[in-house]
Design a protein. Structure first.
Length: 138
């Protein structure tokens, strides 16, 4: 029998622009999203205060990083020729390894949280109210 986990989720709202260079659909054009991240942490036991983790710590570690590094910035593949051009124009650009899909952004936030020693189980990014990506998958 699997041991039950206690879980908490912090929701983070942020805005970003991107394009999927080489995509055949309309997402090949520059456009923006009001993204909603769900960052879920879990532990088999609660701490001495009866928490998985204080929401303030999640806010301080993950939300602050998202706001500082991704919010209101253009997320582009490092090889996208627009990345350099936009930077030269003074636009805030974040160059990613790979296409800035919802899947890759969710993985980026997950890895950042894990690197900060948070017991993150999953990160879900709602790109629109109808579409989301989760890392890791089910």
């Amino acid at each position: 029998m699997k041991r039950a986990l206690h879980c908490v989720t912090r929701v983070i709202h942020f805005c970003y622009g991107h394009r999927l260079a080489g995509h055949r659909g309309k997402c090949r054009n520059l456009h923006g999203h009001n993204g909603v991240l769900e960052v879920t942490l879990g532990r088999p036991r609660l701490d001495r205060m009866g928490m998985v983790m204080d929401f303030e710590r999640i806010k301080r570690v993950v939300e602050r990083w998202v706001k500082d590094e991704l919010d209101h910035k253009m997320l582009l593949d490092a090889h996208d020729p627009l990345a350099g051009a936009l930077r030269r124009l003074g636009e805030p650009v974040v160059r990613l390894k790979g296409s800035p899909t919802a899947e890759n952004i969710a993985r980026l936030v997950y890895r950042r949280a894990r690197s900060r020693k948070l017991p993150v189980l999953r990160v879900k990014l709602w790109e629109t109210r109808d579409s989301c990506a989760q890392f890791p998958g089910a």
